[in-house]
Write a protein that binds this ligand. Structure first.
Ligand code: SAM
Length: 245
């Protein structure tokens, strides 16, 4: 694996280490991720049997994992950011969630095949350098009939058009030089650089299909008011409720 790939993976880790202390505030009632908890809870309730097993990949501060744990699901949550995991574990030390730290360059998830009823990957895939491999691992650890629930940037949203413009401006040497002197601007520039898998829903569906997951037009929908799309994929076989249901 090249130095550039390793460097980027480490930059993603450090971007989110730096965001860990404030991430949970996004889930406050007026936070911009407030609707995400209900949306994932609804999807999990529709697809995962009582007491089922859920894996949250890129769990951040564990807000979705905690919600699934509160719904009596058995939850494992993993992330490359030790800071994020530290905040997650501290939020509810009595929860039964298994927190797992991943190497930023992981290619294989440290879980047995066919273990989980659902895999969550909320706002993670756009940061990985090898999304096909990550989707393949999600498929592997799912039991037949299990589902993947993920959000990805909604390229049709005006916020994403502005980000596309900002990405072009951010490459100017003058902007880079100024960014180093303003921590908030520097953080935003790092986000623009590292949130790089800006793909349409059709691309994600094709990548999921190559990873052995089923999809269909009915499974793509807006993820609430945030500029994201919620995609649902299903591993073939088993008694799953069906991603298109
Ligand atoms: C935008 S945050 C989303 C956090 C959480 N899923 C949520 O919805 O609140 C992205 C998270 O993915 C993690 N991440 C980025 N790349 C990853 C990778 N290759 N494997 C696992 N986690 C990763 C980051 O450390 C960060 O915690």
């Amino acid at each position: 694996m090249g130095d550039q790939v390793a460097g980027r993976a480490d930059q993603v880790r450090s971007l989110f280490d730096a965001k860990a202390a404030t991430w949970q505030a996004k889930y406050a009632p007026d936070g911009h991720l407030a609707g995400r908890l209900a949306q994932f809870a609804e999807a999990l309730a529709a697809h995962v049997p009582a007491g089922g097993r859920v894996l949250d990949v890129g769990c951040g501060t564990g807000d979705l994992a905690q919600a699934a744990d509160s719904a009596d699901l058995r939850v494992t949550a993993c992330d490359i950011s030790a800071e994020m995991l530290g905040h997650a574990a501290a939020a509810d030390p009595r929860s039964a969630i298994a927190w797992v730290h991943l190497d930023p360059l992981w290619l294989t998830l440290p879980f047995e095949s066919a273990t989980f009823d659902a895999v969550i990957a909320a706002s993670v895939l756009e940061y990985v350098g090898w999304p096909g491999t990550v989707l393949g691992e999600c498929a592997r650890v799912l039991r037949p009939g299990g589902i993947v629930l993920c959000t990805v940037p909604d390229l049709r949203h005006p916020v994403r058009w502005l980000e596309w413009l900002a990405q072009a401006v951010a490459k100017l040497p003058m902007v880079r030089a100024v960014g180093g002197r303003w921590p908030r601007l520097d953080g935003y520039l790092a986000y623009l650089r590292l949130s790089r898998q800006r793909r349409c829903a059709r691309w994600w569906c094709a990548a999921a299909a190559r990873a052995g997951l089923l999809t269909g037009p009915a499974v793509v929908r807006p993820a609430g008011p945030a500029p994201l799309r919620l995609l649902t994929f299903r591993r073939p076989g088993g008694m799953g409720a069906g991603a298109g249901a």
